[in-house]
Write a protein that binds this ligand. Structure first.
Ligand code: ARG
Length: 475
């Protein structure tokens, strides 16, 4: 948080550690206090923490552990605390370690003893597990919305470029002609899987750990279903030890994010290659590029480069969380406080990259002539010639050999297959006739791949229509 008022203040120190002062005879070492604190980063979950407290207090009141007056005071106090925080007026304190204790202390300062009753039957262990789930659940919503926005942008490009011919590559060598619309629809498919992975993760994490307390549950007759429903969870978790120690959902979220970023890095790489002078297939709008302070001619594709680079940190965060959880004995361990920074940075990075891509992709312009010329090079219709011979009853392997010889002649004479004369082509097989030139054109090649998943412009249009129905159903 950049707001100065939201920076924790080490000067506002209570005289003893109010949360556990009874057991201790000396103050926490000043360095240890700062070292063990998490309020600098977990304050971003203040809304979730307050929502959890509201639900918990209401539940305590329902089971007659908290009086009506105390409940009213707590709800009113939480409201006021929330307002202070959102207005940047809250005095975050390192001495109060984390978001949970900061809020509770402020509540108690505001409303007195009722504030001290809020933590009945609850621990920060189930509290933090609840907060993270609530927080991630909401962030996944934002992420999925941004993926959808990017997918819509891709559909715009695909529609515009459904007939645009470019070389398709394998090994980054010209392979067969494809349509640009088909190429970007491949991106659409990758993102479709990403969105569905995030949505699975969201469903699986949507369970309430509240009530697990420190690790074993609580002696109060709590109503866990009530708090679960109150917080929009589908159910309460089933084992208290697992509830406070489980961070699978965080790992899963980071794994989904890592796969998404790997996808974005692949798209980035293509944009970087295509916008180079050597390829010159596309133009990225100036507002997504930067210049050089020394070379006046430069226009650098910074946005895709940076997204490609950010993949490294997101992949790293996944490894951090896996390593954090590896070998941890049940139940809660302080190690778990280390889950937040990688998780939060993953959220921020994913949202930033998606935003950049969703804004940039629809603004890509194609250099049609350059793409077409490039597709003509590299004998991209060689497979079409082989398929033509197969249709004339030559076994595929023999056809492959015939075309290989024709390509060799093309290489030595500097001609494309479509530029060889009929007589020249007939030297390699007497099955070749004048109709061969139809299959040797780029247009003929792409439109012949006319089946579900093929590159023909007709299929691109069908794929776009399917995608539009999918997106309409999901939004
Ligand atoms: N700040 C802690 C965390 O992020 C909250 C839970 C602390 N629990 C404890 N027993 N120290 O994990």
């Amino acid at each position: 948080m950049s707001d100065k008022k939201n920076q924790p203040n080490s000067a506002t120190k209570p005289t003893t550690n109010s949360a556990w002062g009874g057991r201790f005879t000396e103050q926490t070492d000043a360095f240890v206090e700062a070292f063990t604190a998490s309020v600098q980063f977990d304050q971003r979950m203040y809304k979730q923490d307050i929502a959890g407290s509201r639900a918990h207090a209401k539940m305590l009141n329902r089971i007659s552990v908290l009086s009506n007056e105390d409940l009213a005071a707590i709800l009113g106090g939480l409201e006021a605390v929330e307002q202070e925080i959102s207005e940047g007026e809250f005095d975050w304190s390192i001495a109060r370690e984390d978001v949970h204790m900061n809020i509770e202390a402020r509540l108690t300062a505001m409303i007195g003893d009722a504030g001290k009753r809020l933590h009945t039957g609850r621990s920060r262990n189930d509290q933090v597990a609840t907060d993270i789930r609530l927080y991630l659940r909401e962030q996944i919503e934002f992420i999925i919305n941004e993926i959808r926005r990017l997918q819509h942008g891709i559909l715009d490009v695909a529609e515009r470029e459904s007939e645009t011919i470019m070389p398709g590559f394998t090994h980054l060598q010209v392979a067969q002609p494809v349509t640009f619309g088909h190429h970007v629809m491949a991106w659409y498919e990758m993102l479709k899987r990403d969105a569905s992975r995030f949505s699975d993760c969201q469903q699986r994490m949507n369970m309430s750990p509240l009530g697990a307390a420190a690790l074993a549950g609580t002696s109060y007759p709590i109503d866990r279903e009530f708090t679960a429903t109150e917080l929009g969870f589908t159910a309460a978790t089933q084992n208290s030890l697992d509830s406070v120690s489980d961070r699978d959902f965080a790992i899963e979220f980071c794994a989904d994010a890592a796969i998404l970023l790997v996808h974005l890095s692949r798209m980035s790489e293509e944009l970087v290659i295509w916008s180079s002078a050597q390829f010159d297939f596309i133009d990225l709008p100036d507002r997504f590029c930067t210049g050089s302070s020394i070379m006046p001619q430069k226009k650098n594709p910074d946005v895709p480069e940076l997204v490609r680079g950010k993949t490294g940190r997101v992949n790293g965060h996944l490894v951090s969380l896996l390593t954090l959880m590896k070998s941890q004995p049940l139940a809660y361990n302080k190690d778990n406080q280390e889950d937040k920074e990688p998780l939060f940075d993953t959220v921020d990075t994913v949202l930033g990259c998606l935003r950049a891509f969703a804004d940039m992709v629809p603004a890509i312009t194609c250099k049609h002539d350059n793409m077409y010329k490039a597709a003509k090079q590299g004998f991209s219709t060689a497979t079409d010639l082989a398929d033509y011979l197969v249709r004339k009853d030559l076994p595929f392997r023999d056809a492959h050999e015939v075309v290989g010889k024709a390509v060799a002649m093309g290489v030595s004479t500097g001609k494309d297959l479509s530029e060889l004369s009929l007589t020249e082509l007939q030297q390699f097989s007497n099955k070749i006739e004048a109709d061969v030139f139809e299959v040797l054109t780029l247009e003929g090649s792409v439109s012949s791949r006319n089946h579900v998943g093929g590159t023909a412009p007709d299929q691109v249009r069908k794929a776009i229509a399917r995608a539009q129905t999918e997106l309409a159903g999901q939004l």
